[in-house]
Design a protein around this ligand. Structure first.
Ligand SMILES: *[C@@H]1O[C@H](CO)[C@@H](O)[C@H](O)[C@H]1NC(C)=O
Ligand SMILES: *[C@@H]1O[C@H](CO)[C@@H](O)[C@H](O)[C@H]1NC(C)=O
Ligand SMILES: *[C@@H]1O[C@H](CO)[C@@H](O)[C@H](O)[C@H]1NC(C)=O
Length: 175
């Protein structure tokens, strides 16, 4: 507890103070955390023609790398994954027999209040050593993937063992 920064203590005190004095508390937006992601072939995420792709960025383009904005869901291991400062969110949608990844511009705090609406945005994170995988909560058995060869769209696959796809990522809190 001694390591809690002073600014946090101050906001805690302010929070208790505003509760004690009965002033209306604003509805708190979900807490967002920023992560860096890259696949096991070292490809990073970036936007190209409004599509999320994984690839190798030249040093000059390094700033195009998308950080992942994470909001935890209520179920264990569940999270929403956003990019672009948390303005665009990864959603799993059905197209015919297949499931595909789509970016949607939503307010994730609002979406999170509606369980049905929230489901397509939710991923279950699983960890094996330093490797992370993300399974769609709406479509169990479908995993976030990149192409194993060259730059290509970030998408979903139901064949995580397929050598043409990568479903294993490094995923670390951004400092
Ligand atoms: C994503 O994968 C689905 C198959 O699950 C495929 O139909 C779709 O074309 C892929 N999307 C992209 C952008 O590659
Ligand atoms: C999202 O909605 C919540 C409550 O409806 C609001 O407090 C918050 O400011 C909104 N966030 C953005 C980024 O618009
Ligand atoms: C975790 O990774 C190890 C190798 O790094 C592998 O042998 C093992 O099967 C993996 N476990 C799961 C549950 O995927």
């Amino acid at each position: 507890f001694c390591r809690v920064p002073l600014s946090h203590l101050i906001s805690l005190i302010l929070l208790f103070h505003s509760e004690a004095t009965g002033s209306p508390l604003q509805e708190k937006p979900y807490k967002m955390q920023t992560f860096r992601i890259w696949d096991v072939n070292q490809k990073v995420f970036y936007l190209s023609n409004n599509q999320l792709v994984a690839g190798y960025l030249q040093a000059a383009n390094a700033k195009l790398e998308e950080k992942i904005y994470v909001v935890l869901t209520e179920s264990p291991g569940g999270m929403f994954l956003g990019i672009h400062e948390g303005k665009l969110w990864l959603a799993c949608v059905k197209s015919g027999e297949k499931n595909t990844l789509q970016l949607e511009e939503v307010n994730i705090t609002d979406v999170g209040r509606n369980k049905e609406e929230a489901k397509r945005f939710a991923f279950i994170r699983s960890q094996n050593g330093s490797i992370t995988s993300f399974e769609s909560a709406a479509y169990p058995g479908w995993f976030l993937c990149t192409e194993s060869e060259g730059d290509g769209p970030v998408n979903l696959t139901n064949k995580p063992g397929d050598t043409t796809k990568i479903t294993q990522f490094y995923f670390h809190a951004d400092q």
